[in-house]
Design a protein around this ligand. Sequence first.
Ligand code: PLP
Length: 362
Amino acid sequence: MIHSDRILMGPGPSNPYPEVMEAFARPVLGHLDPEFISLLDETNDRLREVWQTKNALTFPISATGSAGMETSFVNFISPGDEVVVGVNGVFGNRMCDVASRAGAVVTKVEEDWGRAIDPERLLTAHPNPKMIAVVHAETSTGVRNDIHDLGAGKGDALLLVDCVTSLGGIPVLIDEWAVDIAYSGTQKCLGVPPGLSPVTVSDRAMERLVETPQSWYLDLNMIKDYVTGDGARAYHHTAPISMLYALHAGLGVVINEGLQQAWERHQSCGDELHRCLPELGFDLWAQEGHRLPELTTVSIPDGLDDVEGRQHLLNRYGIEVGGGLGPVAGKVWRIGCMGHTAQMRNVKMLLGALEELTAHLR
Ligand code: PLP
């Protein structure tokens, strides 16, 4: 049986906005139907607004955030290219793996998990890299890496930013920060189920598009005409129509609320968690000044079992929180507050449940 009353407060999917679930029930159009094409165009316009960009090539890849990551490397990296990657968690490491498979020579700039990467270290790691890549919001640690200085100091390099857990939740200013390539996912702060990866690419990056990337499906040379409408809207692959309806609706909710208001809603939920969790014995784990409001990491108090504790929250309250990944498995919890889940009532319910869970420790 599938429980329909879960409160998803983990690092994975947030609860979708109700408008998004309604969108899934709409009649399915063909992927070349003019009505669908105009919905796709409108979705891309909405994405431009949420990304804060004028980039012509802004659209959702038909696959999850990892496909956005892969698209961002294979289309701009040729074997032997030098790439600097910031690594302070799981997803920075994944970037290194993807870049290496595209043939890049990777210079890793590592920082302790739980701490932010100093932008200066990324800018000085290599004298002339083809690309500098970093995760904006590290979902494995709850840390925000700052992007602004990277755009200002990138020189000739392309700047690639993973915005899977930041888009819609905290400011992401693609044009102002001079980001060249960015990708996200639908399932986090956009409040849409998993399945698509919004990407945006600057004109500067498009001038350096690899002629024959090492992927057929993710080759932007082929996809771009269908999504921008510059050429014929010829068949490339069968677009996942219902997922696109859902993204269109989710973006509509964010834009109707106001992007600034959506950021503030995430921030106030995060602030409340950050204020109250230590009082319950859950020390904040991520570096102060770089804590994400949408993903809070806490140390598990002594005397509380990682698995049993999370199981109790799920079974008794229907609240899912995430465990630690890799080296911090069993040591930290990851509490998501994203998209439609980022509501004060969910925060209060979680805090109440944690109070009960830890009563025997006080
Ligand atoms: N990058 C970050 C920062 C993520 O948090 C995730 C997923 O959680 C990904 C990339 C990969 O996205 P997906 O699981 O949608 O493929």
